[in-house]
Design a protein around this ligand. Structure first.
Ligand SMILES: Nc1ncnc2c1ncn2[C@@H]1O[C@H](COP(=O)(O)OP(=O)(O)OP(=O)(O)O)[C@@H](O)[C@H]1O
Ligand SMILES: [Mg+2]
Length: 209
């Protein structure tokens, strides 16, 4: 089954609810190794996305994704706004005129989004960032797309790998962003951005289920 526009919009709606519910938790994670604003940032950003989406809900998927990206970019300061903003803007550029996303489209969405994170933040694997969640997830998505999985099967296969990758950020020492200033004291804490990224995939699984 392809990912319909209605499911895509439901995904953003659910993400807004999840970031509101997890605002304190994400901020507590960021308090340990950053500046205690990640939950506030995500909650504010998706609140603004919810204000903007009704204007473009009947437009093509490219327009919807670009609107999400531009809204996050302009409403969220710091590192995560430009990183997630670029994720969605890059993905949106692929889907002008599209009304649904097939399995190959979904793999291209994730690849373009992750490429946006790479271009914007220049993270490497093991730097303790959201990229440590996305790099192995993208590998699974690409492998499952090549094997002919549909979107739900790809997400189901990628999620446990992503959840393990999220837990694996705990022993890492941060080498990007404010957390890197802590040096070895960043070890032992789960990365906030990898956590908010994991919510993206968990929420999509819930929408598809
Ligand atoms: N250069 C980077 N590349 C990829 N991800 C990054 C980078 N810098 C920070 N991040 C991600 O952003 C998250 C922090 O997002 P937040 O909303 O708290 O923005 P911030 O306070 O401006 O960030 P930071 O304190 O890391 O500069 C980190 O947990 C990490 O996952
Ligand atoms: Mg922060």
């Amino acid at each position: 089954m392809p990912l319909s526009k209605a499911q895509l919009l439901a995904w953003f709606g659910k993400l807004d609810t999840v970031y509101a519910a997890q605002k304190e938790y994400l901020t507590a994670l960021d308090a340990a190794i950053g500046d205690a604003d990640h939950g506030i940032n995500m909650n504010r950003g998706y609140g603004k996305v919810m204000e903007k989406l009704p204007d473009v809900a009947d437009k093509d998927i490219g327009t919807i994704l670009k609107t999400v990206g531009m809204t996050l970019m302009s409403s969220v300061g710091g590192a995560s706004g430009p990183l997630y903003g670029t994720f969605w803007m890059k993905a949106g550029m692929l889907f002008g005129g599209k009304e649904e996303l097939g399995a190959a489209d979904f793999a291209r969405l994730v690849a373009a989004g992750v490429d946006g994170i790479l271009q914007r933040g220049r993270p490497a694997r093991g730097d303790k960032t959201m990229y440590d969640f996305w790099a192995p997830v993208l590998d699974v998505v690409n492998a499952r797309a090549a094997a002919g999985d549909d979107v739900a099967a790809m997400v189901a296969a990628a999620l446990p790998v992503g959840e393990q990758a999220l837990a694996d950020t705990i022993p890492l020492q941060a080498r990007k962003g404010r957390a890197s200033y802590l040096g070895e004291r960043s070890i032992g804490h789960q990365d906030p951005g990898a956590t908010s990224s994991c919510y993206m995939l968990q929420t999509l699984r819930d929408v598809l289920g």
